[in-house]
Design a binder for this molecule. Sequence first.
Ligand SMILES: *Cc1c(COP(=O)(O)O)cnc(C)c1O
Length: 428
Amino acid sequence: MMNPDVVNFEEGEAFARRMDAEDPLRHFRDEFLFPRNKAGEPAIYFVGNSLGLQPRKAKQYVLQELEDWEKFGVEGHFHARSPWLPYHETLTAQTARLVGAMPLEVVVMNTLSVNLHLMMVSFYRPTRERFRILIEGGAFPSDQYAVASQARFHGFDPRDAILRLEPRPGEDTLREEDILDTIDRHGPEIALVLLGNVNYLTGQAFDMKAITRAAHERGCRVGFDLAHGAGNLRLSLHDDGPDFAVWCSYKYLNGGPGTLGGVFVHERHAHMPGIPRFEGWWGHDKATRFEMGPDFVPLAGAEGWQLSNPPILQMAALRASMEIFDQATMPALRLKGDLLTSYLEFLLDRLPPEMARIVTPRDLKARGSQLSLRFSKEPKKLLAKLVEAGAFCDFREPDIIRASPAPLYCSFLDVYRFVRILENHARA
Ligand SMILES: *Cc1c(COP(=O)(O)O)cnc(C)c1O
């Protein structure tokens, strides 16, 4: 496929149709089930960053587990077609490839906010001198509650302990140099740097490698919340080197509402049984788990942070999507994703400038598949009209509409039609 930096986008619909015809990933669209618009056609679905679409095969995979439960009862743990005891392991290799990690470094378990707390139990170890957590001022609320409650749990006042990065006056997004400068200036006080990647509101992506290196040089731990990064960005978690990362799997990863999240713990912590953690039987050495002894022996790597035996039905749905990601591969998806968002940007730039303003960085390295648009005129009403017209996107306070053409199932024609619908309704 073409290079999004040099392709000459064109305004007419014929261009979109030509791009779709040449798109090597176009057949993956058929693997997903779409909500319909009033005419009964598949909707334009630009909210895959909020809840991804259902893979066609999800139903079959979930039904298989219901059938095996019926047939085997408890013996399904061993005799189901995919035995439940090691079921989460069926996702490990794919997950590792997805985020650029070693299999030892990843596990699918729990949900995001739970995992964030579990990771902070191990990697936010404040002392009198080094007790602060660096986050974005515009971090997702759950992350803000999590860090504040962790600080309080350790006896610190969140007003002292939480250090916030803010854009410069008049700017929408953070400057990389300001992030690095803050780490440099406050390094010795910072116990943990915790950034979202991509930021859920602005769509800004950060250079994980540079931030991780700067933080480690100053002796800080580093974690990333990849709720909007997993299945969206090309990630190289092992090489970039953060201590941990967490993500959910119902956004770009299409695992279904409330499905299990993922965790990355860097290899450097894989064989350190002494790291403080909250313990549960599923993190215990597999060979002796069922001896039911009182002493916890953690599994090596990320699996050692598991607490409970996981919900199989949700994992079955997630499995259907992860197989598709593995076939499509992240490099190819990011390339198409950059073409889709660049094309969306090109068409939006041709609307009257007072209609909508793009908040997301224009640099491809500083974003994924989301463009955040700021509307001066009643964005909530506009959103309702868009959804009514079969163009799904979403609104976030105070005035932002997010549009995310996910490259697995969105087309160039979707982008073209989206902008035409937007133009009609924003004018009206
Ligand atoms: C979506 C999202 C969450 C959601 O957390 P859950 O525990 O899965 O409900 C958390 N953090 C960020 C940055 C998100 O975008």
